[in-house]
Ligand binder design. Sequence first.
Ligand SMILES: Cc1cc2nc3c(=O)[nH]c(=O)nc-3n(C[C@H](O)[C@H](O)[C@H](O)COP(=O)(O)O)c2cc1C
Length: 486
Amino acid sequence: MPWWLWSLVVLLIAVFVLAIHDVFQKKHAILRNFPVIGHLRYLIEKIGPELRQYIVANNDEELPFSRDSRRFIYASAKKQNAYFGFGTDNDLNQPGYVLFRHAAFPHDPPPEEDADKLKMTKVLGESHGRAKAFQPESAVFVSAMSFGSLSAPAIESLNKGSAIAGNLHNTGEGGISKHHRHGGPLIYQLGTGYFGARNPDGTFSMDRMLASMDGTDVRAIEIKLSQGAKPGLGGVLPGGKVTPEIAEARGVEVGVTVKSPSRHNSFYDVPSMVAFIEEVANASGVPVGIKSAIGEQAFWHELAEHMASTGKGPDFISVDGGEGGTGAAPLPFSDHVALPFRQGFSEVYRAFAQQGLHEQITFMGAGRLGLPTEAMVAMAMGCDGIGVAREAMIAIGCVQAQKCHDGHCPTGVATQNRWLTRGLDPTLKSVRLANYVAELRHELVRLANAMGAEHPSQVDPAKVEIRLEANHVKPIREIYGYDPSW
Ligand SMILES: Cc1cc2nc3c(=O)[nH]c(=O)nc-3n(C[C@H](O)[C@H](O)[C@H](O)COP(=O)(O)O)c2cc1C
């Protein structure tokens, strides 16, 4: 046999051995799903920074998550070195740039064993006397993403990881599945489809809601009015996607198309919404909140006035920024409907602070907040809990392929395709989620300490500044019209 034929045979054997190794290893979902060829991803990832740096984008340019942001998440999740060398490569003089005013004498750091612990400062449901009011162990939580938009092993990874890191895990509007039952404490989300809590005609059923919660670790219920990426829109789950598992979690028939209306059919205005919240809270005993993207302002003022005069209403309010993520949405809704997080959140916070209610309500937020700077700004603005959705996906292996809507997610995170999901190993990925959540908390504590505060919720919004133009910076307290007494 000629030498080149020998070489070809050796090469083919090597590729075969590599393929077998890739299919059976558990560390990298992408290699299990795409043996041999999946290595290209790592090669391109490796040389991509150099290529992009000179040809395409810089470290902070890509959206939704820049290379620096993704690197922070991957490195945190893998407990690798998340430090950056040589100094910043950002232009500190560009408009919109965030600057923190550090203290001459920083606050002492917590003891090393508590360095990545960060409780929420408020007790959820305390001001309304809910039977199961509680203080969340973690100010960072996994924001709503349903089983259906995410795969079974992805949900399992998030839930197991939440159990390790001690953070809340929001079920998303698709009900509570068996993959949500791995020890992570839950926020049960009720969307307009009332999945897991619906009668066959799509109306809400309290009995079914309580039955769904039975034997689970549901700590709070969130009634979803809207989400930042697709506010004011209903949803359709095509019959083909309603597998027996999904049907069981949602309380619908296998193979039959289900529609979620664009609004709730259990209430139609502020007083009826508050009455519904009270019914759900009384029946379940857990704190009940609402989640919304921010559009019309009048609603929030009416809700704040109603709460101030009746003493009733949501225990927590989750504000979703217009920059938020989704499994699938029409582009004009993702791009143009709803305010971005900071603007929307500040409008809501002001409405409640003007009624003196801001200390009684727990504020949560989401919308690319899962990075230390963004999360710190949000907390200085009064956000008590930081929701992470796509950042949590990245922590468990998402490569921002932006294929959540077509079932072809290459990492098995946002697809129901069995070949693709089998590559995702919940035992490994849950630890990555927990590592990332812990590191985000750690960075938040360090930033707060540098600004002289013990906890990020205590950071004075006067110490967080945003550059408006080259020689002009303004504290967020002034930009967003916060009264110093708040
Ligand atoms: C795949 C996916 C599914 C989502 N499903 C829901 C959902 O069921 N209910 C909801 O309120 N928000 C849902 N969201 C929105 C997130 O909970 C979150 O509010 C938003 O993505 C902003 O957070 P992020 O920037 O950290 O992703 C989903 C987001 C993604 C990416």
